[in-house]
Design a protein around this ligand. Structure first.
Ligand code: GDP
Ligand code: MG
Length: 736
């Protein structure tokens, strides 16, 4: 007796390799699809049985879309091999099973050769062969076609299947959903009652092919029985109309979906396990149903971000006050040990009040980075990008723009420099430019201490809320600016985007700590190097040239006049350097202090920076910025943290020798030039004006100096307009 075996499977599943192994032939083995277009035959003898083996062309499906698919299908239905060996690439099980279940629907006697188990094993994939066999109802034999492993078992199983299944094969009946399932019985009974091509195909198979709009079957059907064919087509057309209206899809799409769903459910029943834990994939799918849900997802996202700020501010509050008192204590020591003079002034005003102000926010930065590390390490940040993609499209940005935004401080505490560089992933030059120009609007790590300082000083009752509002504002402005650019200078079509969502994973404590420390260390390092340098430079600009002798003499004279108006004993009491106790002495100390303050302020006004700051006041007063703030804002162009250090220096030079060292926040709060409206106006200006110097250089490198200057000019102009509007409206309604 002669046995006919057909080898079928996806391209590159290893059919030809197995064919050559079994027949000893030297067929060409290629690793690209479609190499075997026509079928090849070979023979072998196994236990005195003559076996003919046919190597069919590789296909992914069994529809009439390509020549290969038709050759394979026609061979199966016309030649009726005794058994079909379906070669499945086990490292790609899910996709390969798509063809397998179509064989099962066709009802051919089937044996599955689970090929390339060596590759699967290397990739950490383990397949429960028995479980798969049980669920599909056919033998499954693991093999390695290239080495010949499992070849004998496969042949035995094939011969066994061929001899037991004498044409009475049961077909696999998958559910195709409510609409199709309710139409199928009518189609099937019409087909079987009229013996419509039932010699060649099982009735249900024909019905499904009609639903799939399979051209070859439709043509054959019309030749076979015009009347039945047109009745079938009529039913199908009506159904297609219905699914299109209700679900916006054709039945063939529903069929493909259901088949994949069927395969997924098979694999989920523990058929495939990964050393790299694919259970996580499914768990992630489930979590994502909620977390990336169109309605609930964004709400949860906002809550998470708000929660992050709440956590950051509440946990860092205490350590921040510790650091503040530490720097206050340090200043006190320097005050009492160093002799009066430039060095002392530089160390107290330039270093301690400048850099110390930035270092004081280390706990806040640390907790924020810790929270962000959780979002990042768990995989949630990728979901944020995924959800934002929908929003981004509306504003002419690309899904790949989201990551640059987040890197630049979209949630808080990033940096625009890597953000600008991250835009390299964008292929469309216009989308890239629009992203590049708007990422500096995010609240980078350098703006965080500024935000924390001003929010802490003026909105202490709901810090997290204000942080949240300012974050939202940054996004709104960035997106509107992008839209503006994309409808004017950067007009163009959007490009498509597919986002991969890696599975969620539990962050490890170690990983979180490392991430937190790395970024916190960067912050500290920058404060101790670049910022320290700029801080000292600005201190110098705020100190020199200093008052001339005539001016100094004026204050000296005032001091002497004051002293001479008090009694000798009182003056002596002050000279003892211990705390004055008598009312008289306290009054004298206060008066002298006022004169000292007036002198230092005069010196600051007279300094280089002071003059620049004052000369700008005529414009900046429309936004509520006094000359000291102006100095800080100019310094901020070097690096945004410098705003905090410069304010620290400027306000410490204005007030010396107060009894209790005040924090910068308190100083601002008590200053007559500052109030809530000024704080908001200043924050908005700081958030949106020129990107810092390093970012500008980076923009120039990534695009051109023309765009770099554009970003300085455009951003500063826009930020100033916004600040003026806020200040004017705010003061008009007396919100300060
Ligand atoms: P066909 O398109 O189904 O005919 O696949 P081929 O027989 O041309 O094989 C495709 C590629 O897979 C070739 O490079 C084979 O050498 C390789 N291959 C086939 N079977 C195995 C196997 O079991 N293990 C490994 N590692 N590679 C295999
Ligand atoms: Mg081949």
């Amino acid at each position: 007796m002669q046995l006919k075996i057909a080898l079928a499977g996806n391209p590159n599943a290893g059919k030809t390799t197995l064919f050559n192994q079994l027949t000893g032939a030297r067929q060409h083995v290629g690793n690209y699809p479609g190499i075997t277009v026509d079928h090849k035959e070979g023979c072998l003898l196994h236990k005195n049985k003559k076996i003919t083996i046919t190597d069919l062309p590789g296909t992914y499906s069994m529809t009439a879309y390509s020549a290969e698919e038709l050759v394979a299908r026609d061979y199966l239905v016309n030649e009726k091999p005794d058994v079909v060996i379906d070669i499945v690439d086990s490292s790609n099980l899910e996709r390969n099973l798509y063809l397998t279940i179509q064989f099962l629907e066709l009802g051919v006697p089937l044996v599955i050769a689970l090929n390339m188990i060596d590759v699967a094993k290397d990739r950490g994939i383990e397949i429960k062969v028995e479980k798969l066999s049980q669920l599909l109802g056919v033998p499954v034999i693991p093999i390695i076609a290239r080495s010949g492993f499992g070849e004998k078992d496969l042949l035995e199983a094939a011969i066994d299947t061929a001899s037991t299944s004498n044409n009475g094969n049961t077909t696999l009946d998958i559910s195709y959903g409510k609409d199709l399932d309710s139409a199928l019985p009518e189609l099937i009974s019409l087909i079987s009652e009229n013996n419509f091509m039932t010699d060649t195909y099982p009735a249900r198979y024909t019905a499904i092919k009609y639903l799939e709009n399979d051209e070859q079957i439709l043509k054959k059907g019309r030749q076979n029985n015009t009347e039945i064919a047109s009745r079938l087509e009529e039913i199908v057309d009506k159904l297609a109309d219905h699914t299109r209206k209700t679900l916006d899809v054709y039945p063939e799409a529903i069929i493909a979906d259901q088949r994949y769903g069927y395969i997924k459910s098979i694999i989920r029943q523990g058929v495939e396990t990964h050393r790299f834990d694919t259970d996580r994939l499914y768990t992630s799918d489930k979590i994502d149903k909620v977390l990336t849900n169109r309605l609930v997802g964004p709400i949860i996202m906002l809550l998470i971000i708000f929660g992050l700020y709440q956590f950051t501010f509440s946990w860092s509050e205490l350590p921040i006050t510790w650091l503040e008192s530490f720097f206050g204590w340090l200043g006190g020591i320097v005050e009492n040990t160093l002799p009066d003079g430039l060095l002392k002034s530089m160390i107290i005003s330039g270093v301690i009040d400048g850099v110390g102000g930035i270092l004081g926010f280390v706990p806040l930065i640390m907790f924020m980075f810790f929270g962000i590390a959780i979002l990042e390490d768990s995989g949630y940040l990728a979901r944020v990008a995924f959800m934002m993609d929908r929003v981004f499209r509306m504003f002419g940005l690309h899904g790949s723009s989201v990551m640059p935004f987040i890197v630049s401080g979209g949630i808080a505490g990033g940096c625009a420099v890597p953000g600008v560089m991250a835009t390299r992933t964008l292929r469309s030059p216009k989308e890239r430019m629009a992203t590049l120009l708007t990422v500096p609007f995010m609240n980078c790590g350098a703006k965080v201490p500024v935000l924390a300082l001003l929010i802490g000083a003026f909105f202490a009752e709901s810090k997290a809320l204000y942080m949240f509002l300012f974050t939202m504002l940054a996004w709104v402005v960035a997106l509107l600016a992008a839209k503006l650019l994309r409808t004017t200078v950067l007009r163009g079509d959007p490009t498509p985007f597919v986002m991969e969502l890696p599975p969620y994973r539990f962050p490890t404590i170690r990983g979180l700590l490392i991430h937190t420390w790395e970024r916190t260390y960067q912050y500290i390092k920058k404060a101790g190097t670049v910022i320290l340098g700029i801080s000292i430079l600005l201190w110098a600009l705020m100190t020199f040239p200093g008052l001339d002798n005539e001016q100094k003499g004026f204050f000296k004279q005032q001091r002497q006049e004051t002293i001479s108006s008090f009694s000798q004993e009182t003056v002596k009491e002050l000279d003892l350097k211990s705390k004055p106790s008598s009312e008289e002495a306290i009054a004298l100390a206060k008066k002298l202090n006022t004169i000292d303050n007036a002198e230092t302020e005069a010196a600051l006004r007279y300094s280089i920076a002071g003059r620049v700051g004052r000369s700008m006041e005529s414009i900046t007063r429309f936004a509520g910025f006094d000359w000291r703030t102006n100095i800080a804002l100019i310094g901020g162009f070097a690096a945004k943290e410098v705003i905090v250090s410069t304010l620290g220096t400027a306000y410490s030079m204005g007030e010396v020798n107060t009894e209790e060292p005040e924090s910068l926040g308190e100083r601002l709060k008590n200053d007559s030039n500052w109030n809530r409206v000024v704080a908001v106006s200043a924050l908005v200006f700081i958030m949106f004006y020129a990107p810092c110097f390093i970012t500008v250089v980076c923009i120039a490198k990534e695009s051109s100096w023309k765009w770099a200057f554009f970003s300085i000019g455009f951003n500063t102009f826009f930020a100033f307009l916004a600040a003026v509007a806020i200040y004017q409206i705010g003061m008009f309604f007396q919100l300060g």
